[in-house]
Design a protein around this ligand. Structure first.
Ligand code: AMP
Length: 307
């Protein structure tokens, strides 16, 4: 059940209506690894950080079962930095700053020990780098899942279109799906995006849940109504980690199992938002996760009799 995770490892500075964080550890691949490692180990991580990235953070991931041979450390450079500010509803945000730093010239190398992996999670990252990883794999993984964001649609659309041709599942949020397809209706957007390459499309709608599209089928999973949402950063990546973690654990890539994976992803994301950064993800146990998945089942379980 081997899983390669690719994506940014970063410093983030976050502003929410509840407060401001200093520079904290973030990055798509960081959240994905914390989330997916609840389901599969090792996680074969591919990323790049600068000399400023804390060794303690790398050690914590290694102790968690994350293999770091594919994470380059550029001693004399700075890590990727992202800063964002959430609106009052916490469902939308503005990017205040994106400093690529080490990401600007990142040339990923897939270590020989990562070859033959069955599953590939391409977290948010430079599309050309995502493609380089796919091209370096000797055997095509059974399932390639990809996340991206508006930043890359605006700065690297040609490369992004090329990667899309190689992936099975794309995950984007609703505004990104609209931007990518130039369609307002999410049903039309899904149809148009599935012509670009991916056969499956997940559209994340923040506190309003997520949709899974495939051919003419559609499945919806709600988000758990939470009393406190402190920081939505990384929720999408944590969702992705739960989704691919469940698929890699069960080795089942059917649409039916993807529905379960969406619920697992939603459960994981619900933890992520409860505290700043990866704090909550580092605290939770299998019992916590199981309990939350039960709450999801309760949330949507009802009987109906049609007369
Ligand atoms: P999410 O909230 O799931 O969309 O992910 C937020 C994470 O994505 C943050 O921890 C950022 O460090 C990271 N991030 C933001 N912008 C980018 C980008 N352009 N490329 C890669 N990672 C990014």
């Amino acid at each position: 059940m081997s899983l390669i995770v690719v994506g940014s490892m970063a410093f983030d500075a976050i502003e929410t209506p509840f407060g401001k964080s200093d520079k904290i550890i973030g990055g798509a691949a960081t959240y994905i690894a914390w989330s997916a490692s609840n389901f599969v180990k090792p996680i074969y991580q591919i990323s790049v950080v600068g000399g400023d990235f804390p060794t303690d953070e790398l050690n914590a991931l290694a102790n968690r079962g994350v293999e770091l041979e594919g994470v380059q450390i550029k001693k004399d450079e700075k890590s990727f930095f992202w800063s964002g500010k959430y609106h009052l509803d916490m469902n939308s945000r503005d990017t205040l700053d994106t400093q690529l730093n080490v990401l600007a010239n990142f040339q990923p190398t897939v270590p020989p020990s990562y070859q033959q992996a069955e599953f590939l999670m391409l977290g948010n990252l430079v599309p050309a780098v995502q493609l380089q990883v796919i091209k370096q794999l000797e055997k095509r993984p059974r399932l390639i899942v990809m996340d991206t964001m508006n930043f890359w649609m605006e700065t690297a659309m040609d490369d992004l279109a090329e990667v899309l041709k190689h992936v099975d599942v794309l995950m984007v949020n609703d505004s990104e799906a609209r931007q990518l397809s130039a369609e307002y209706s999410l049903v039309k957007a899904a149809r148009s995006i599935m012509k670009m390459g991916p056969k499956y499309l997940v559209i994340k709608k923040g506190e309003h849940g997520a949709l899974l599209f495939h051919d003419d089928q559609v499945f919806f999973a709600p988000a758990l109504p939470l009393e406190d949402v402190f920081d939505p950063t990384g929720a999408g990546d944590t969702f992705a980690g739960g989704f691919i973690g469940h698929i890699a654990k069960t080795k089942d890539i059917s649409f039916e199992n993807m529905k379960t994976a969406i619920i697992v992803g939603s459960a994981m994301a619900s933890f992520c938002v409860e505290k700043f950064g990866t704090t909550r993800l580092q605290e939770i146990s299998k019992a916590d996760i199981d309990q939350r998945i039960r709450e999801f089942v309760q949330l949507v379980n009802f009987d109906i009799e049609l007369g």
